[in-house]
Ligand binder design. Structure first.
Ligand code: KIV
Length: 280
C-alpha cells in the first residue's frame, strides 16, 4: 500500500495514500487492478478500508442484503443517505461511492443534481453511481459539471429488473452488445470516471475495457476488466439466497453467525452463561 510523501521535516509519511477518481485512472494506465467491494455500515467499512480495498460502494443492494427486499428497487434516497453516512465515517483511504437509488435521478436532471448533491454534502461520499446508458447521459454531464464524480453502471442494471424480468446474462446478442459498446463510450464522453459492467460475456467486457480510457469495474464480466467488485454479503457467505457463479465465497460467515447464536441460546438455557467470571 503506498504511503503519503514525507512531511516538510523529512519524516516519512505514515497515512495510507487516499484513493481518488484520478488515482483510479492512473491505476488503469499502469495496468494495476482495482479491488472494490460494497459496504452498508461503519464496522464493515472500517474492516474493508483496513484491508487495502480501493473502492467502497454503498450499493443499493442494501435493499436486498440489509432490508431483505426481493429487488434493489424499494430502497429510498433517505435510506441510502443513512447507509452512506455511516460507511463514509469509517473510511480514510478508499474512495467511497454512493449508489443513487431508483427514482432519485431518472425523472429529470434537476432531481438528479439534488440527489447527488445530498449524497456528497450530507453523506460525505466522494462520487455517485447511476445505472443506464443513453437516457441518462445529459444527467451525467450535469452532475459531473457541478463537480460530482459519476460512476456508470451498464449490462445487468438491477433497478430495471421489472423491465427485463430476469437476471440472466446481458448483451449476448449482437444488437445489445453494440448498444453496450456505444453506451460505454457515451458515458466516458459525458465525464464518468469509471463504469461498472455487470453480468455480460467476458470477451465483450474485455473489449470495452480495452477501448476506454476510464476504468471498467466488472461484476460477473470476466477477468479482462480493470477491476472487480462483489457484494460483500455475497462473498462473505452472509447472503445465501442466490449464489450466481461469479460470486466466489471467501468465508461462510452466515454459518459461523448461526453457530454462535445457537451456542449462546444453549448456554443461556443451560445456565452456563454467564459464568462467575462474567459477573460482578
Ligand atoms: O448495488 C450494488 O451492490 C451494485 C454492485 C453489484 C455493483 O450496484
Amino acid at each position: 500500500m503506498s504511503l503519503t510523501p514525507p512531511d516538510n521535516l523529512g519524516n516519512p509519511g505514515t497515512a495510507p495514500r487516499k484513493v481518488t477518481t484520478r488515482s483510479l485512472t492512473q491505476m488503469k494506465r499502469r495496468g494495476e487492478r482495482i479491488a472494490a467491494l460494497t459496504a452498508y455500515d461503519y464496522l464493515m467499512a472500517v474492516a474493508l478500508d483496513e484491508s487495502g480495498i480501493d473502492v467502497i460502494l454503498v450499493g443499493d443492494s442494501a435493499a436486498m442484503v440489509v432490508q431483505g427486499r426481493h429487488t434493489t428497487v424499494p430502497v429510498t434516497l433517505d435510506q441510502m443517505l443513512y447507509h452512506s453516512q455511516v460507511v463514509a465515517k469509517g473510511v480514510e483511504r478508499a474512495l467511497v461511492v454512493g449508489d443513487l437509488p431508483f427514482m432519485s435521478y431518472q425523472v429529470n436532471s434537476d432531481d438528479a443534481l439534488r440527489s447527488a448533491g445530498r449524497m456528497v454534502q450530507e453523506a460525505m461520499v466522494e462520487a455517485v453511481k447511476m445505472e443506464g446508458g443513453a437516457v441518462i447521459i445529459p444527467t451525467v454531464k450535469r452532475v459531473v459539471e457541478v463537480g460530482i464524480p459519476v460512476m456508470g453502471h451498464l449490462g445487468l442494471t438491477p433497478q430495471s429488473i421489472h423491465k427485463f424480468g430476469t437476471y440472466k446474462v446481458r448483451a449476448t446478442e449482437p444488437e445489445e452488445a453494440a448498444e453496450l459498446r456505444e453506451d460505454a463510450l457515451r458515458l466516458q464522453d459525458a465525464g464518468a470516471f469509471a463504469i461498472v459492467i455487470e453480468k455480460v460475456p467476458a470477451e465483450l467486457a474485455a473489449e470495452i475495457t480495452e477501448s476506454l480510457e476510464i476504468p471498467v469495474i466488472g461484476i460477473g464480466a470476466g477477468g479482462g476488466c480493470d477491476g472487480q467488485i462483489l457484494v460483500s454479503h455475497d462473498m462473505l457467505g452472509l447472503y445465501t439466497q442466490f449464489h450466481p457463479r461469479f460470486v466466489r465465497r471467501y468465508a461462510e460467515l452466515g454459518t459461523a453467525m448461526r453457530g454462535a447464536f445457537e451456542a449462546y441460546v444453549a448456554d443461556v438455557r443451560d445456565g452456563d452463561f454467564p459464568s462467575a467470571d462474567e459477573a460482578y
